[in-house]
Every structure is written in structure tokens, then in C-alpha cells.
Ligand binder design. Structure first.
Ligand code: AMP
Length: 279
């Protein structure tokens, strides 16, 4: 196994990329790596020899009252995880490496898909996310980039940005990795106390119970029932949509998405399901 290089500046990144052979596969993260991130890396490694992981807590995508300052930063452990997964290069830039002129004057506009669900609750989040994803796709010279279905709306917006702006990068979605009890892995899970973690299980349970139904009304009723039974979960939205996040079809593939706060921690989750009206 060859060692994983760690680079911080865009000049250092350019020098390692000049030496890269074959396709460049990129996994973008905010660090505090867990099995979900590692699954993205494994998928990338299955196909590409050269896998680059970015670790950057992007200030542009956090609202003023969100957790930018306290977001976990665990570079040493992250490097060990990347080395174990055979990552070639980790790019962990500082704020000035990504935004050398300070906050950018020109940023991404996510369009209507960015205004619903997460976009309605987190103004500016998707603009900041898309802006950094576009910059990192360019800086890393990515041929293919891997993103988790855990952030389903984010994945949909990135696909849309790449198509609408002709970015010429392949985007691969990877199914959500869960704890054995169903909780979707997230760097934010470490904020949860043991009691809150127990309460947070209502999210995945609600999605599971919902997805066990096929009639759209029954799906939502089953999921709402589970969430209503858990007083420590404050639901932001529970939404049944099409796979493109448009209106849910009467029949066929759909998506059930939830966002909720447990204590001060905001959690999101979603599952695929098949609908059949009146079934
Ligand atoms: P983050 O570090 O939270 O910004 O996530 C970096 C990437 O990992 C994003 O593409 C996420 O969708 C993905 N990811 C985060 N958690 C999971 C998970 N539990 N399963 C699969 N992918 C995930």
C-alpha cells in the first residue's frame, strides 16, 4: 500500500495532480470521517486507482446560528482512515486556499430545487455548498466525484449543476450507510447524548415504517405516527416526493425524506420506496 499524501495549498495540490495517472476520482467531505465517508471512498477505489479526498469545513454553507465553529475537526484520525482505504491524496485546504480573495462575489444560484426542503430551512446553504463543490471539482480536476444519498437533495442539486453548467464531471450517488439499529451515520451524531441518540432513532424508524406501505397516504400516516410518539424529536419536514424531488407519483419509485431537531442537533434522513395507489 502506498502512503497517502496530505496537501494543504492549491499549489501543492497542483503538483500532486500533475503526477496523477489515469482517472481522478474525488470524494468531498467536511472531515470527521465515518463509515459513510469510507463507503464513498471504497466505491471510488473499486473503479479508480487515484482517489482524492477533500476535507474542508466550508464556512459559506453554514448559517449564522449553525455549528461551523463547533463542527468536529479530526484530521489525524481522518488521515488514518484515508490511508486504510488506499486514498492517494487528501486535500485539506484552509479558508484562504479555497477563497483566496475572501468571500466570492460570484456564487452558485441553486434555482427552484434549492428552495424546498433543506433550502427552505437553511437559507444560503445550497448556494454555499454548490459554490464550494464547483470550486473543488475544478481545483481537483475531477473526472468522477462520489456523493452520498444521505444528502439526497444535495446530490440532486450537484447533478443538476453539473448538467446545467456543462461541468463535464461524472457524478456517482452512493446509498446511505446506517448503524445496525438504523441510525444514518453522520458526523453530527457525535453531538447526541445517549438519550437523544435513542430519540433520533425515530427518524429512521419512521422512514422504514413509511416505506413498508405503498399507498402514498398510508406512507405518510405511518411515518408521522412514529415521529409523533417521540416528544424529543421536533420535526422540520416529512416529505414524500418523486425521485427528482418533484411531486410524488401515484405509482412507481419515490423518496421519503425527513428533517428534525433532537436537542440542538439537526438531523436529516431519507429512503427510496415504491408507491402504488390504493394498495
Ligand atoms: P459531509 O462530510 O457530511 O459533508 O459528507 C461528505 C459526503 O459523505 C457527502 O457526499 C455525504 O452525502 C456523504 N455521507 C455522509 N454520511 C453518509 C452516510 N451515512 N452514508 C453515505 N454517505 C454519507
Amino acid at each position: 500500500m502506498t502512503a497517502t499524501s496530505l496537501v494543504h495549498t492549491r499549489a501543492e495540490l497542483a503538483s500532486v495532480l500533475d503526477l496523477a495517472q489515469g482517472e481522478i476520482a474525488v470524494v468531498m467531505t467536511m472531515g470527521a470521517l465515518h463509515e459513510g465517508h469510507r463507503q464513498l471512498i471504497r466505491e471510488a477505489r473499486k473503479r479508480s486507482e487515484f482517489v482524492l479526498v477533500t476535507i474542508f469545513v466550508n464556512p459559506l454553507q453554514f448559517g449564522p446560528s449553525e455549528d461551523f465553529e463547533k463542527y468536529p475537526r479530526t484530521l489525524e484520525a481522518d488521515m488514518a482512515a484515508c490511508a486504510a482505504e488506499g486514498v492517494s491524496v487528501v486535500f485539506a485546504p484552509g479558508r484562504d486556499d479555497v477563497y483566496p480573495g475572501g468571500a466570492p462575489a460570484i456564487t452558485m444560484h441553486p434555482g427552484p430545487l434549492g428552495e424546498i426542503l433543506e433550502g427552505a430551512s437553511r437559507p444560503g446553504h445550497f448556494s454555499g455548498m454548490l459554490t464550494v463543490v464547483e470550486k473543488l471539482l475544478m481545483l481537483t480536476r475531477a473526472d468522477v466525484a462520489y456523493f452520498g444519498e444521505k444528502d439526497f437533495q444535495q446530490l440532486a442539486l450537484i447533478r443538476r449543476m453539473v448538467a446545467d453548467l456543462e461541468l463535464g464531471v461524472e457524478i456517482v450517488g452512493v446509498p446511505t450507510v446506517r448503524e445496525p439499529d438504523g441510525l444514518a451515520l453522520s458526523s453530527r451524531n457525535r453531538y447526541l447524548s445517549p438519550d437523544q441518540r435513542r430519540a433520533a432513532l425515530a427518524l429512521s424508524r419512521a422512514l422504514r415504517e413509511g416505506a413498508a406501505q405503498t399507498d402514498p397516504e398510508a406512507v405518510l400516516a405511518a411515518a408521522h405516527k412514529i415521529l409523533a410518539e417521540e416528544p424529543d424529536v421536533r420535526v422540520d419536514y416529512l416529505s414524500l416526493t418523486g425521485t427528482d424531488l418533484g411531486p410524488a407519483p401515484d405509482e412507481g419509485e419515490a423518496r421519503l425524506l425527513v428533517a428534525a431537531k433532537v436537542g440542538t442537533t439537526r438531523l436529516i434522513d431519507n429512503v427510496p420506496l415504491r408507491l402504488q395507489k390504493g394498495a
